[in-house]
Each structure stands twice: as structure tokens, then as C-alpha cells.
Design a binder for this molecule. Structure first.
Ligand code: IPD
Ligand code: CA
Ligand code: CA
Length: 258
């Protein structure tokens, strides 16, 4: 089986397991603090994905959220996965959480898949082949006025309440756009921009497993992504993120000193 087909069948099985699972209070723990949860299901799904990928492609590297990275060649194909993106939503609401799998060869994307688990919607893209939600092609919105934009951000506290170097810009942007939404999942919010349901995305904190699948989908849908400083988004490190429905909006917003 080729890598994409393996990823697709693994993500569908992961989604089915999550939809059926039950979660006891004792199986939810704080990781770095009260705003950062992990459950037994984050760990089970990550173990399942690791096992399936490494059994089929033992020469590849896997980088998931919940377990330390195994040493390996920097030139290898690397899989970035988040077993549950939106763990707080998974615990509190049982909706708006995703499984995310991105596959890269060095700085080159190969493909990305993001499963909106409870809606059973699979967002996916292979480099150079467009972006899809199940069998429907998706593309970014056409909005070009800042006052028309719907801005999404995965964590209100990080983006607007914490003190950080971009805070004043973020507050001004929030005042100038039409509306701000927060779903609570980096991967699903980037897919909302890819599908034209939101026009722009910002976060001050994102990890490779949060965004390396959805960024492939966003770029194949016609969108673009960079850091909040306008630099190229790194593949392998934690970073700020700004994503736009077009290069024109990226230029306009960064030039307007947001
Ligand atoms: C988190 C979610 C959240 C975002 C955090 C992420 P997790 O991922 O995407 O919306 O604000 O930065 O870490 O912990 O649910 O996998
Ligand atoms: Ca995540
Ligand atoms: Ca996670």
C-alpha cells in the first residue's frame, strides 16, 4: 500500500475508534497545566498510528504530540500527526476535534489529511492535486476587504488575553474584521479557511503536529500561510501562524502592520 492510502485507511479507523469510545473522568489528565489536557485516547490513537506507519514504512520518521521523537535520518520521509487536535472539545463536547496526519519529505509536502471526527468529514490534499473534503473539491473564499473577513483563532486566551509581542496587532485586527470565531482546533480551523468558511486564521502557538497536515490542504485550496512576522512557516518547530485566503490578503494585512 502506498503512503497516502495507508494514511487514509488509518485515519478512518482512528475516527471510528474515537466515535465509539467511552471516556471516564479518571482517563483525563492535565499535561502542562489546566489549559492542556490529555486523555487515554490521545495516547491510544497515537500508538495505533505509529505502529501502522512504522510497520509499513520502517525507514520513515514519525513525530506525534504525545510521545518523544525517535532518532532518525533528517532526509527521511517524516509523518507529523496529532491523534486528537481539540482534546478539550473531545472531553467537553464530543464534537469539533480532529485526527491530523501530514507527510513531508524534508521541506516538501507530500500530503495532508484532517478528519473532522464527529462529522465524518475527511479533508485531504496531495501536493499538486487540489484540496478535497471527501469527494468534493474545496477552495478558499474570495473576500478581499479586511472589513469583510471572518477571522478564526484556536485559543482566545493565547491570542488576545496573554501579553505577547503581537497582542496589539491582534486586537486591532479583531476590531477591524467582520467577526472573530474560535473552534478550538488548529487543524480544523485551517481547514475552514481552506474550504472558504473562514477567511483568515491566527495563533501565537502552534506545533508541527497541529498544522503540518492542514497547511498542505490550505495551500492546495489556494490559501497561504506564514508566521505572524510574515516569515516562511518552519516545518519542524513550534511557531506562530497566520493563514490567509490569498497571497493578496497576506500582503495587504502584513503591509497594514497588523
Ligand atoms: C490544541 C488545539 C487548540 C490550540 C492549541 C493546540 P490539542 O491542540 O488545537 O485549539 O489553541 O494551541 O495545542 O492540545 O487539543 O491537540
Ligand atoms: Ca493539537
Ligand atoms: Ca493533540
Amino acid at each position: 500500500m502506498e503512503r497516502f492510502e495507508l494514511a487514509k485507511s488509518a485515519i478512518i479507523r482512528a475516527g471510528a475508534a474515537l466515535r465509539q469510545c467511552s471516556l471516564d473522568k479518571t482517563e483525563v489528565q492535565r499535561k502542562t497545566g489546566h489549559q492542556d489536557l490529555v486523555t487515554c485516547w490521545d495516547r491510544k490513537i497515537e500508538q495505533m498510528l505509529r505502529r501502522e506507519i512504522l510497520d509499513a514504512f520502517p525507514q520513515d520518521r514519525v513525530l506525534g504530540e504525545e510521545y518523544p521523537e525517535e532518532p532518525g535520518s533528517l532526509d527521511a520521509v517524516v509523518w507529523y500527526f496529532d491523534p486528537i487536535d481539540g482534546t478539550t472539545n473531545f472531553v467537553n463536547q464530543r464534537r469539533s476535534y480532529a485526527v491530523s496526519i501530514g507527510c513531508w519529505e524534508g521541506e516538501q509536502p507530500l500530503f495532508g489529511l484532517v478528519l473532522d471526527v464527529e462529522r465524518s468529514s475527511l479533508y485531504w490534499a496531495k501536493k499538486g492535486s487540489g484540496a478535497w473534503r471527501d469527494s468534493e473539491a474545496i477552495c478558499v473564499s474570495q473576500r478581499r476587504e479586511i472589513s469583510d473577513l471572518l477571522l478564526t483563532t484556536p485559543c482566545i486566551q493565547y491570542t488576545f488575553l496573554e501579553i505577547h509581542p503581537h497582542r496589539e496587532r491582534m486586537l486591532k485586527l479583531a476590531r477591524d474584521v467582520r467577526a472573530v470565531r474560535s473552534l478550538g482546533s488548529v487543524a480544523l480551523e485551517l481547514c475552514q479557511v481552506a474550504a472558504g468558511e473562514a477567511d483568515m486564521f491566527v495563533t501565537t502557538r502552534s506545533a508541527p503536529w497541529d498544522h503540518n497536515a492542514a497547511r498542505v490542504i490550505l495551500q492546495e485550496a489556494g490559501g497561504c500561510i506564514c508566521t505572524l512576522d510574515g516569515d516562511t512557516l518552519p516545518v519542524n518547530s513550534k511557531t506562530t501562524v497566520a493563514a490567509f485566503n490569498s497571497p493578496e490578503m497576506q500582503k495587504l494585512i502584513l503591509q497594514s502592520k497588523y
